[in-house]
Design a protein around this ligand. Structure first.
Ligand SMILES: Nc1ncnc2c1ncn2[C@@H]1O[C@H](COP(=O)(O)OP(=O)(O)O)[C@@H](O)[C@H]1O
Ligand SMILES: [Mg+2]
Length: 517
């Protein structure tokens, strides 16, 4: 009963904000439902007119900020889903800043003491009471370990797990409701979107996973003198506390400071491009949140990342596919790009290779005919993912994350030096990597090369099997169709339920509005 009550309060708060920032009524999909239109009209007095001159994407950003931590994170996740909310809105969501009011030092102290079963003074000889950053999931304090090492300590927000659980439950419930009452929304697979979001959030809520990601990245780059991944202090790390080496440097977008440090921006872009492509192709493990706030440039020119909460993984098959696809585009060999998608079974055989090649040309030509410095890899990928949707291809969330990361990396690179282009730099790297990978595949060269590769691919083979089984299950679509015919009869009843539901919603919203004022 209590949870139902809190769900209703959360729901009314959500609906109130959706109206305040005018989020629902401009969605063209709902314009097919006159009832919603009328409802929007009736509630328009709750709308905050001062946001009227902002576009929908910007209003969505304000709305997510007003809704708090879970929704800020959800908005950031949606930023990778241009296929759902459109390219411009996805771009607006990438601006979603994650700054929140900090929680108190006393609360931070309580969390540390409870996780380590001892007083904070037993762990740290000094602890800065004021955090240097406070975001939706955690905040970061500088401190000094008892042995004198300077560290950064990230601490989860108090009760954040419960808050996310409550909000994610509500999002699931809403997505299910939409899919049930508005079958046309099923195409967007909202329940799956929230499933992916919920899984990634659960990982972010365990800082040991972040510590683990940081230490894996450090291992991958242990030989690289240009990339400094901060050391993880495992003895000072728990589910709610992460302690890593403190990094001193400047942000990559601070041009003045870089000039003072006498660092060549061109060299920095070159270095960071090499590092990025090594993460993607060589390791298949990349930092998925490389905005300028998460990167430091050290005095000696080394690049240091922080924040390993969002990482992407690409298996070997996907990396080879990606490399071949990018090279195919670059050489304007659209037919081979198209064939690649079919060979990888990303697109089903009942679609036409020729038509898909034609669609690839339609996105490749306008992008690739520009001067090299203006070509955007991220733009190419986002356009490609848009058309692959039309060909009923499901895009792996990891590739969507890669596309968003590329977008951020390209932007950061362009800011540092607009004359260098990561396309230009990436090309020889991708080719070299391909040559190396192909060489490894020469039969008889050595089984010891092929066998680990096969073992590596086993999980993805199982995954493919799973997909095949799923597809088989989808063949039951005919049965589904029959069911829909039967459902038509029930539609009348549904409409009545819808009306009752929306009336309830109005009552809830109004009560929410009065409670909050
Ligand atoms: N090891 C570190 N050294 C110096 N500053 C750090 C370190 N780790 C984090 N920070 C600072 O704290 C901010 C927030 O940390 P981050 O791990 O990015 O948290 P969030 O996941 O909330 O973005 C970073 O943007 C950076 O300015
Ligand atoms: Mg960060």
């Amino acid at each position: 009963m209590i949870s139902l009550f809190s769900n209703l309060i959360t729901l009314s708060r959500l609906l109130f904000k959706l109206i305040r920032y005018n989020i629902v009524s401009p969605i063209s999909f709902f314009q097919n439902y006159p009832f919603i239109g009328k409802l929007a009209l009736k509630t328009s007095f709750l709308r905050d007119r001062s946001f009227d001159n902002h576009n929908w994407g910007e209003r969505l950003v304000y709305c997510f900020i007003a809704l708090g931590p879970s929704f800020i994170k959800f908005g950031q996740a949606l930023a990778t889903r241009a296929d759902i909310i459109g390219g411009d809105n996805a771009l607006a969501l990438t601006q979603l800043q994650d700054n929140l009011t900090p929680f108190s030092f006393e609360q931070a102290e309580r969390i540390i003491s409870s996780d380590f079963n001892c007083g904070i003074e037993n762990l740290f000889s000094h602890f800065e009471k004021k955090p240097i950053a406070a975001a939706s999931i955690a905040q970061v304090h500088f401190a000094r370990l008892v042995d004198g090492t300077d560290v950064a300590v990230k601490i989860l927000r108090p009760n954040i797990e419960e808050l996310f659980e409550r909000d994610v439950k509500l999002l699931f419930w809403l997505a299910e409701l939409l899919e049930r009452f508005f079958p046309a929304t099923r195409r967007l697979r909202l329940v799956d979107v929230i499933e992916v979001f919920s899984t990634s959030i659960k990982l972010e809520l365990d800082l040991r996973m972040e510590a683990s990601a940081g230490s894996e990245l450090a291992d991958n780059f242990s030989e690289d003198t240009d990339f400094k991944v901060p050391k993880v202090y495992w003895d000072y790390t728990s589910q709610r506390v992460l302690t890593i080496e403190k990094i001193t440097g400047c942000r990559p977008d601070n041009r003045q400071e870089l000039k003072r440090m006498n660092l060549d921006p061109r060299q920095l872009v070159k270095k960071s491009t090499r590092i990025f492509f090594n993460q993607v192709f060589r390791d298949g493990f990349f930092h998925g949140d490389m905005h300028p706030g998460n990167v430091f440039i050290l005095e000696d020119g080394r690049i240091a990342p922080v924040d390993f909460g969002i990482m992407g993984r690409l298996d070997m098959a996907t990396r080879v596919f990606l490399a071949k696809m990018l090279i195919g585009f670059l050489t304007k060999d659209y037919h081979s790009v198209a064939k690649l998608h079919f060979k990888a079974r990303y697109i089903s055989e009942d679609q036409s290779v020729e038509t898909f090649a034609q669609a690839c040309r339609s996105i490749g030509e306008p992008i690739l005919n520009r001067p090299l410095a203006e070509i955007s890899l991220a733009n190419l990928l986002s356009q490609l993912f848009r058309i692959t949707k039309q060909f009923e291809m499901e895009i792996q969330p990891q590739l969507l994350l890669l596309q968003k990361t590329m977008l951020v990396a390209e932007g950061a690179g362009r800011q540092l030096d607009p004359t260098v282009n990561i396309w230009e730099l990436a090309q020889p790297m991708i080719r070299d990597w391909m040559v190396k990978t192909q060489l490894q595949k020469i039969p008889l060269q050595s089984l010891s090369v092929e066998l680990p590769e096969l073992i590596n691919r086993l999980p993805s083979l199982f995954e493919n099997l799973e997909i095949a089984l799923e597809n088989l299950a989808k063949k039951g679509i005919a049965v589904e169709h029959q069911k829909e015919l039967l459902n038509k009869k029930k539609n009348k009843k549904r409409r009545r339920i819808k009306r009752i539901f929306f009336s309830l919603v109005i009552i809830l919203m109004l009560s929410g509005y009065y409670v909050m004022n």
